[in-house]
Design a protein around this ligand. Structure first.
Ligand code: SAH
Length: 347
């Protein structure tokens, strides 16, 4: 007998779940109970839903699946960073990272399997985009890291960055749905102020986020404020040019009043001159912003090389002289390929 394809129960809204129970001759509040199990308690099976009768659990089992993720492999770095290889229900793999500091635990989560962008310095760009993650698959990564944080660091997860695999804005609806669940009292109840979505810069969608009045923070992977250079290292910049990006960021700030973070790697012979810094300073003038200088994590072909510390100092000095907040971020988890741009399902 052919098996009927069961529905992913987490694709249902609370109302749909309530309706399901009513149409099966049960009470609507049963839907609330299940909804709570699915999201607040992140239940991985119907068996654990102990406030439901055995018949109800069997009925759910017969109709639905919970497409939960499985942490296939967990690697721990000497600096405390943890990388999870996460298996999805269709056996594709993504990675997420737990980054501990003295006072925080940050989850770095993936939004797509692979990536459709072509940043030449990023390992994930070598994996072609297979598919978008569903909201529940993003949510599950966060829950897994929250559990690990409680287990290994005796505190809950405090921050989330969408800086894992994929371009979050190319999976706009699912990323926003996941964030809605993460921030809702129905879900994890985290503050949106502790969530940062990082994008390579898709102007139209940055404007859409502003129109949608999102409450999380925005980071943009800039890497160069000169079109020819940015296009050479991030080829999609030919289509999404810096002037469009700049305009969308001004729009973002006008609507949200939320300061933008620019992520920026300085490479030898690519963007390490005074002219490059000056262009960055000019770009920062358009909307209140700060700059995170991130260390380059080599991805094996040797084409890109971290700039000298003299070049980094030049960036820091020039930015500071122009009253632009700048931080120099050291990489974490390099020994297990968990640092920015290194996520590529190597193991
Ligand atoms: N697609 C999104 C989110 C994923 S990338 C974005 O582009 O923002 C997360 C960050 O790592 C980005 O700022 C990206 O530019 C940076 N990155 C990519 N490869 C890197 C590498 N090899 N070393 C350091 N940072 C890298």
């Amino acid at each position: 007998m052919e098996e009927i394809k069961k529905k992913d129960i987490r694709a249902l809204t609370r109302e749909q779940l309530r309706d399901f129970f009513v149409s099966n001759g049960d009470k609507a509040f049963r839907g609330n109970q299940v909804y709570e199990w699915l999201w607040q308690k992140a239940a991985y099976s119907f068996d654990v839903m102990t406030n439901l009768s055995k018949e109800t659990r069997e009925m759910l089992e017969a109709n639905f699946v919970i497409n939960h993720i499985k942490v296939d492999q967990m690697q721990r770095s000497s600096d405390g960073t943890i990388k999870n290889a996460v298996r999805l229900h269709d056996d594709l793999i993504v990675e997420s990272v737990l980054i501990p500091t003295k006072s925080r635990t940050t989850a770095c989560v993936s939004s797509q399997v692979g990536c459709s962008l072509d940043c030449r310095f990023c390992a994930t760009s070598r994996l072609k985009r297979m598919r978008n993650l569903n909201p529940d698959e993003i949510y599950d990564q966060v829950v897994a890291i929250d559990n690990e944080s409680r287990l290994y660091f005796e505190r809950p997860l405090s921050n989330i960055v969408f800086m894992g695999m994929g371009e979050p804005l190319m999976n706009y609806n699912n990323v926003l749905k996941a964030i809605e669940k993460i921030t809702s009292p129905d879900g994890l109840g985290m503050s949106p102020k502790r969530i940062t979505v990082s994008t390579s810069g898709v102007p139209k969608l940055i404007k859409k986020m502003a129109d949608d009045e999102v409450k999380f923070k925005l980071a943009v992977s800039l890497h160069s404020a000169i079109d020819e250079i940015r296009t050479a290292i991030m080829p999609f910049n030919a289509k999404f040019t810096l002037s469009d990006l700049r305009e969308s960021l001004q729009y973002w700030y006008e609507k949200t009043r939320s300061r933008i973070t620019y992520e920026y790697v300085v490479w030898e012979g690519i963007n390490d001159t005074q002219k490059d810094v000056d262009a960055l300073v000019a770009f920062c003038r358009f909307a209140p912003s700060k700059v995170n200088l991130i260390e380059y994590n080599p991805i094996d072909d040797g084409e890109f090389k971290q700039a000298s510390s003299a070049a980094i100092d030049m960036y820091v000095n020039t930015l500071e002289k122009n009253n632009i907040v700048v931080t120099v971020r050291r990489s974490r988890g390099k020994d297990i390929d968990a640092a920015c741009g290194q996520l590529a399902n190597k193991s």
